[in-house]
Design a protein around this ligand. Structure first.
Ligand SMILES: Nc1nc2c(ncn2[C@@H]2O[C@H](COP(=O)(O)OP(=O)(O)OP(=O)(O)O)[C@@H](O)[C@H]2O)c(=O)[nH]1
Length: 186
């Protein structure tokens, strides 16, 4: 869950079969997902890269052609957070120039083991100019929103109408995201 799943939008189409999630009930790194944005079906093909322990062996092919990248760290695992900078450097070098990046602090449901404050995620995201939110694959908090925001951005880019106001993914995420209801005192 601490890798960089690359999501690539394709043409509108039928929802492919999804394998049932195991473990946490809301899959952040499933194979495919179809999100409907303003009546348009956006198909996301999702690749989950290896976690940080295999960081160096990940091939650039995973994200070289991706249109969007979800960068996940685990709020209970400092090294996963520390690895994000290395990922961002890699992405800057090898990913598409206009790739949509989103930073996610996952396991927001496990407040007792939290070692990364929400503010730390927010600061890092601000530094790199990417949207940020905390998620929980267990409770589903913000999981659908992450995919919806990516799908909206990709759909906006692909089908921009002349009279359509520009879509600001960071503003959208900020206005829609839920915060964990229980806060640790870090
Ligand atoms: N409580 C809680 N547990 C989670 C959450 N997301 C994942 N887990 C658990 O964390 C463990 C690791 O999840 P994985 O998705 O396998 O992690 P990973 O980083 O993708 O693993 P690799 O990529 O194979 O290194 C599993 O036991 C999951 O059930 C979450 O949001 N909340």
């Amino acid at each position: 869950m601490t890798g960089t799943p690359g999501t690539a939008a394709t043409r509108d189409g039928e929802a492919p079969e999804r394998s049932p999630p195991c473990g946490p009930s809301h899959d952040l790194t499933g194979k495919n997902k179809v999100v409907t944005v303003d009546g348009v079906r956006v198909k996301l093909q999702i690749w989950d890269t290896a976690g940080q322990e295999r960081f160096r062996s990940v091939t650039h092919a995973y994200y070289r052609d991706a249109q969007a990248l979800l960068l996940l760290y685990d709020i209970t695992n400092k090294s996963s957070f520390d690895n994000i900078r290395a990922w961002l450097t890699e992405i800057h070098e090898y990913a598409q120039r206009d790739v949509v990046i989103m930073l996610l602090g996952n396991k927001a449901d496990v407040s007792t083991e939290r070692v990364i404050r929400s503010e730390d995620g927010e600061m890092l995201a601000r530094e790199y100019g990417v949207p940020f939110m905390e998620t929980s694959a267990k409770t589903g908090m913000n999981v659908e929103l992450a995919f919806l925001a990516i799908a909206k951005e990709l759909k906006y880019r692909a089908r921009r109408q002349a009279d359509e106001p520009s879509f600001q993914i960071r503003d959208y995420v900020e206005s829609q995201k839920k915060r964990p209801s229980c806060c640790s005192f870090l």
